[in-house]
Design a protein around this ligand. Sequence first.
Ligand SMILES: Nc1ncnc2c1ncn2[C@@H]1O[C@H](COP(=O)(O)OP(=O)(O)OP(=O)(O)O)[C@@H](O)[C@H]1O
Ligand SMILES: [Mg+2]
Length: 232
Amino acid sequence: MSQYVFVTGTDTGVGKTEFTVALTRWLRANGCPAVALKPLASGDRGDAVRLERAQDGLLPLDWINPWVFERALAPLAAARLEGRRVAIDALIHHIRATAGLGDPVIVEGAGGLLSPMLEKADAPELIAELKARTVVIASNRLGVVNQVRLVWSALSAPSRKWAQIVLMEPARADDSTGANEAMLGEYIDPRRIHGFPRLRKVRAGKVRDAEAARVLSAVCRGLGIRAGGLGG
Ligand SMILES: Nc1ncnc2c1ncn2[C@@H]1O[C@H](COP(=O)(O)OP(=O)(O)OP(=O)(O)O)[C@@H](O)[C@H]1O
Ligand SMILES: [Mg+2]
């Protein structure tokens, strides 16, 4: 049975897609038949197109991204403007239907963990329902310790069991960047916290950066993923 990895974050624009693309490519290059979805997209389908490439075109774009909204808003707000409503059951059904096509099924969320998602459910409910192993992406700049602790506290204890935190190196470091990982490690088990390097543009379907590969390997160990599926 396939398992689910949910990639969420402290905010929009923190590197969820960057990470999901890198993870998908790295797993596939290492013999793990990972697939990735961006089920809810707002504004454009750029993320879904990147995920399509990362899995070598295995899934069609409409499968990777079944719901796209015109306005670049949180899914709930964008859907309401169009008089549309996505039922959590339909979302879960689509994600579960993907389980026959790859393992793990990696799902990129929309915005941050508590960004308004559906009428009656947000990402924490989806994570719990799928029993998904969660990755929290955050930008490693001033404020990140507070942001990650808030997101962490909004995950249920069972959801936290396998959860991992990725601190994305920002384009420009600030005075806190070098110290945030250790500071956050005073509150959350440091083995779950991973600093992720700034990537050069990835070419030819390969993660070239050895540092990124090392981090992805550690994140996968934390998530309990081994080649061929999830352990634990
Ligand atoms: N580790 C990284 N290396 C290089 N560029 C990065 C990295 N992390 C983030 N970026 C860049 O920062 C920007 C935002 O990242 P990304 O699109 O992955 O964020 P997101 O969390 O997926 O946003 P959204 O909420 O819109 O889905 C992009 O231009 C991305 O290429
Ligand atoms: Mg994205």
